[in-house]
Write a protein that binds this ligand. Structure first.
Ligand code: SF4
Length: 318
């Protein structure tokens, strides 16, 4: 039976899930936006250090604004130009610098220190968010990242995608679920660092119950945030080859909306949802091609939760 929370928090009335916008408004008296950066790191699953060939879906170039081409703008310049854009477009006042492209703890400690510092050396930067792999974060790196928590709002975003090792093998992640849990516990031990997990719904070989098991497991792990996206096939990836051979299928929009709604119902209402749907440039996208914008998919998820008279966490049994 569905248990619906009393409509006591703004997000429960407005969106039915704990959006990152609500989370930020609860913490900051000004408008905060994220600035996505490409800091010139690579990834141990792409350069052969951990695995080879990368995750089958990996198309980092397609979702990072600065990862296209070979020339990388200096970090300071990326921050400056993004601030200008976000100010004029959205009225943003303060910023969280987000090291997005590839694995942003994959370097020696002095390189990490210098790149993080360069991005944070701006009076309008109030936060730091670092995207990386769970098998790629040393205790030394965690200590460094933890040292910023006194002055900045700090996140680490671990790419997980699924709690099922069989799935992780299938998509060539080259790490296990246990390594993710270990990274979460080591991060927690430092104190003050918020943890976000990235999950993909619709991965090959997974059915609805596998995905719901991921929701329940992460919900119980005490993470602080989650980013969801649908499996999409981008050009020039190993996944594209599998897709063209008919070995991989993608989901329709209605099915995805239903999956996300089920997932959110199993997720603790204390976990902020930083993303609900993936995004890629039109020219790079092979499948699925949905006839609606990303914003419309997000609205459809809220509409589905309203239709169910439900919200994030509604299916968690106390
Ligand atoms: S861990 Fe990230 S950057 Fe590395 S291969 Fe996988 S998706 Fe690409």
């Amino acid at each position: 039976m569905t248990r619906v929370y009393a409509a006591e928090r703004t997000w429960q009335r407005e969106l039915r899930y704990y959006s990152f916008g609500h989370y930020l408004r609860e913490r900051f008296p000004f408008k905060v936006h994220k600035i996505a950066l490409h800091a010139g790191f690579t990834c141990p699953n792409r350069d052969g250090h951990r695995g080879s060939g990368g995750c089958t879906f990996c198309a980092n170039e397609t979702f990072s604004p600065y990862a296209r081409g070979t020339a990388t703008l200096p970090i300071k310049e990326q921050v400056r130009s993004s601030k200008e854009f976000l100010r004029s477009r959205y009225g943003a006042e303060k910023f969280i610098v987000y090291f997005q492209a590839f694995s942003n703890t994959y370097a020696d400690i002095e390189t990490l220190r210098s790149r993080y510092s360069e991005a944070m050396d701006d009076e309008d930067v109030v936060g730091l968010s670092i995207g990386t792999r769970p098998d790629c974060v040393s205790d030394e790196a965690l200590e460094l990242i933890g040292s910023y928590t006194g002055t900045h709002h700090v996140w680490i975003e671990y790419g997980l995608q699924s709690i099922h090792d069989e799935t992780l093998r299938r998509i060539n992640r080259c790490h296990t679920y246990q390594e993710f849990e270990d990274a979460v516990y080591r991060t927690r031990a430092v104190g003050g660092i918020n943890v976000c997990a990235h999950v993909i719904l619709g991965l090959p070989g997974e059915d609805r119950s596998d995905m719901m098991a991921t929701a329940s497991k992460l919900s119980g792990l005490g993470i602080d945030g989650i980013k969801l996206h649908h499996l999409y096939v981008a050009r020039n990836t190993a996944l594209e080859k599998e897709f063209l051979l008919g070995k991989v299928k993608t989901t329709g929009m209605e099915e995805y909306v239903s999956l996300v709604s089920d997932f959110l119902e199993r997720l603790s209402p204390d976990i902020t949802v930083q993303r609900l749907v993936g995004d890629t440039h039109g020219d790079d996208l092979v499948s699925p091609v949905w006839p609606v914008s990303k914003a419309e998919v997000v609205r459809a998820i809220t509409a589905e939760l309203c239709r169910r008279d439900s919200c994030q966490g509604a299916q968690i049994v106390p």
